[in-house]
Design a protein around this ligand. Structure first.
Ligand code: G6P
Length: 371
């Protein structure tokens, strides 16, 4: 009913608006006495200190959150991190041992491929840490440590609030590891945590883009395809933006690393093709920002209709943006938490304009428990 949807036309929009609260719930209780704490912890401090390799495994949107874990964990912990689709990981012969940590991310905790990846890791004696939204689900039950995202139940098949919660949870895991390994002092962990704690408010501000994105969605409904470009932490967000559009609007969509533009994607650019670009911060990442500006200039010169997600106050992009979408300025690693929001709304609204049921996209299930 409309009441259940909180007065919204569809659950997904309600869940998009619940993201600040979901993030608060993910962070709550996970920082105590100056340190990060997990919900279940059957590993010793020594086990954590000995970890010398991390694999992150997941499917779908959870996999996109996992791609972001790599940026944070490598930066904070100085441990090599590989991120892999669970369905690929389990069927090759990954090199695992007692000092390998496998981080399994799953909203439902029941995804068949992710569960089998966990089982494979355990038979190889690797340690397994689960990030999960569902208490007592199979994946956390078979793991050595668990961090619950506590985002609340998600009705929309396309993950939204659980995605931002997974990103935050990945960062908490990164900080927990950094703390155990001593690559970050307690005061640094506390500082990173307080930056995370400011994100619910930043996401709340980002909801100010909802009306703009809904209007834009209506305008783009007849497009044949939409491309998404990102760099650094904007790249997984480009992939996620494209996945959402495929899932909901049944439209051809692809995300690319902007640096790859000249290696193929630029050939796809034609007159009027919408291209969504996630801009890095001009202050935080000046070099990446300037590279991205030249990417936008190139695609615009070839006729693309540019939709640019940029930090508020970034005037340098304005001349190259057919549509400028402003998001709050936040630390680089945390930008995905805000930049993903307008892309969720865009996908939902294009789908609605095309007459589709946003909450129940065709052929898709909330949780894929058979392969
Ligand atoms: C399905 C859902 C996606 C989800 C993926 C992984 O494809 O439609 O929204 O991202 O499964 O699910 P999990 O429960 O493991 O996070």
């Amino acid at each position: 009913s409309a009441a259940e949807k909180g007065g919204h036309d569809y659950f997904m929009l309600k869940e998009i608006e619940e993201q600040p609260g979901a993030l608060e719930n993910t962070l709550r209780g996970h920082f105590h006495d100056g340190g990060i704490i997990l919900d279940e912890q059957r590993l010793t401090e020594q086990d954590l200190r000995d970890i010398d390799k991390v694999f992150v495994v997941a499917c779908g949107t959870a996999y996109h959150s996992g791609l972001l874990a790599k940026y944070a964990i490598e930066h904070w912990c100085r441990i090599p991190v590989e991120v892999e689709l669970a369905s690929e990981f389990r069927y090759r012969d990954p090199v695992l041992g007692r000092d390998t940590l496998v981080v399994a991310i799953s909203q439902s905790g029941e995804t068949a491929d992710t569960l089998e990846a966990v089982r494979h890791a355990r038979t190889q004696r690797a340690r397994v840490l689960a990030i999960c939204n569902t208490n007592g689900a199979q994946i956390p039950r078979e793991s050595d440590a668990v961090l619950y995202t506590h985002a609340g139940p998600e009705i929309g098949v396309a993950a939204t609030k659980t995605f931002v919660s997974q990103i935050a949870a990945n960062y908490l895991v990164g900080l927990a590891l950094a703390q155990a390994r001593g690559t970050k002092y307690a005061d640094e962990v506390a500082r990173e945590f307080s930056a995370l704690a400011a994100m619910p408010e930043a996401v709340r501000q980002t909801l100010g883009t909802v009306d703009q994105m809904r209007a834009l969605g209506q305008k783009l409904a007849d497009s044949k395809a939409v491309l998404f470009l990102g760099r650094h932490v904007g790249y997984p967000i480009a992939l996620e933006g494209a996945l959402k559009l495929k899932e909901l609007a049944y439209m051809h969509a692809e995300g690319f690393a902007a640096g790859e533009l000249k290696h193929g994607p630029i050939a796809l650019i034609e007159d009027g093709l919408p291209v969504v670009v996630v801009m890095p911060s001009a202050k935080g990442r000046a070099l990446l920002h300037s590279k991205m500006l030249s990417n936008i200039r190139e695609i615009q010169a070839r006729g693309a209709r540019t939709i640019v997600i940029a930090e508020e106050g970034d005037e340098t992009v304005r001349p190259f943006a057919d549509e400028l979408v402003e998001i709050p300025a936040v630390p680089t690693l945390l930008q995905p938490l805000v930049s993903t929001v307008p892309l969720q709304v865009l996908a939902a609204e294009i789908a609605r304009a095309r007459g589709y049921d946003v909450d129940k996209p065709r052929n898709l299930a909330k949780s894929v428990t058979v392969e």
